[in-house]
Design a binder for this molecule. Sequence first.
Ligand code: ZN
Length: 294
Amino acid sequence: MEAIQVRPGVWAFLGGVNLGAIVSEGEVVFIDSGLDDGPARKLWRWAEGKGLRPRAAILTHAHADHFGGAHLWAGRGLPLHSSELEGMMMEHPIFEPVLLFSGAAPIPELLQKFTLAKPCRISGALALGPVGFGPLAVEVVALPGHSPAQIGIKVGDVLFCADSLFPPEILRKHPIPFCYDFSKALDSARALEEAEALVPGHGQILQGEEVRKASLAFRAHLERIRGIVLEKIATPKTADGVLFEVANLLGASFSNATEFLLARTTILSVLSSLVHEGLAEARVEGNTLLWRRL
Ligand SMILES: [Zn+2]
């Protein structure tokens, strides 16, 4: 993990998942824990090395790679905070693989740490707006879309925006970014433009003009996916048929069921948004659920 001081008292730790730390008057609030005990332990040691007392942790959303290490902090008495809905999923993390597996009991592959975190008790749900932790003040911002109630954390002009934006280097590796609500994901990505510095959940820190460029590029990428889906359902297709076409056009290749199911959820989020907009319909024909452009 590479520690970068973005602003005085505002730290980002770049790794598989980017983490944050807000420091004031000898106390520190962590942002996200990473996938497992490893990064959570490292962040705690970093704070101890600087003589800082961990005061609380804020968890942006209930995906295992962002909160999987938080149980270690809870075991050390650190209060954990999140939005109410995401917090419920953190307390019952089985919902992540269950949702990915269409509500059925998940296959063993989905029951490992990448999609099933250890549960952690959430000490308090965060409302949107300013929140104080002793000497530390941050602003909680709603960034839904990637997950139902993801939050971002604003400190001065720096926004820890979690997975509301995937920078180009991440999209090249994963061209179908995970989405729960496609139109809200677009809205959240647009709202990021106002930040002066962004710490996304994955990839490099963005500053100044890079913020606007990355927001535009991410939205253009999402719009491209939406355009492909709309074009392909001119002839009725199953969701898997649509995914096949999108993956081929964007050069995505899935190496396991987890990657396939994550991308499939994104395609369903696009199809659902098209139905909500009156541009598509879902119809059963010959015992097959087909999606068709209107
Ligand atoms: Zn995520």
